[in-house]
Design a protein around this ligand. Sequence first.
Ligand code: S3P
Length: 164
Amino acid sequence: MRAVLVGFMGSGKTTIGQLLAKKLQVSHVDLDQIIVEFAGKSINDIFAQAGEQTFRRLEHELLQQQLAKDGILSTGGGTPMLDANLKLLQNSSAPIILLEASTQTITRRVKDEGGRPLVNRLTSSELANLKQSRDTLYYKCADWVVKTDQRTPQEIIAEILPKL
Ligand code: S3P
């Protein structure tokens, strides 16, 4: 991979990944999307019917597979949670870019969108706690951190592109 994007739900991994790939004229892979295609059902349905553990197993297998390819990879917000995934990311030769946003921004972004089982299940303060605990893991694998609060996607990719 040319670059891997990590960060909490709603940090902009998919939007920024697509824009970066377009600019660099490489392919963009969204790990959630690949999981949906592989399973033939939505993330919500995988969580509801097969459980989070099954989702995480699929996520791990497909992460391993995708890291070996070229392009830009947008991971899921929970991808670095699994120790094995964290190791894969830390050992990857691709730069791991953390898209960072405040809890306030994240809450606003994710509550407006559907399709995230964890968001439906958690209260706002539980979501804030989850973000705080995940941040440690994101920083463990990130090669660099890009702030996304109050910045347009164009401003964000303008910061990333010269470094790739
Ligand atoms: C998850 C984040 C989601 C998706 C799934 C679980 C998480 O990805 O993988 O709903 O555990 O944070 P996005 O970060 O792309 O929303």
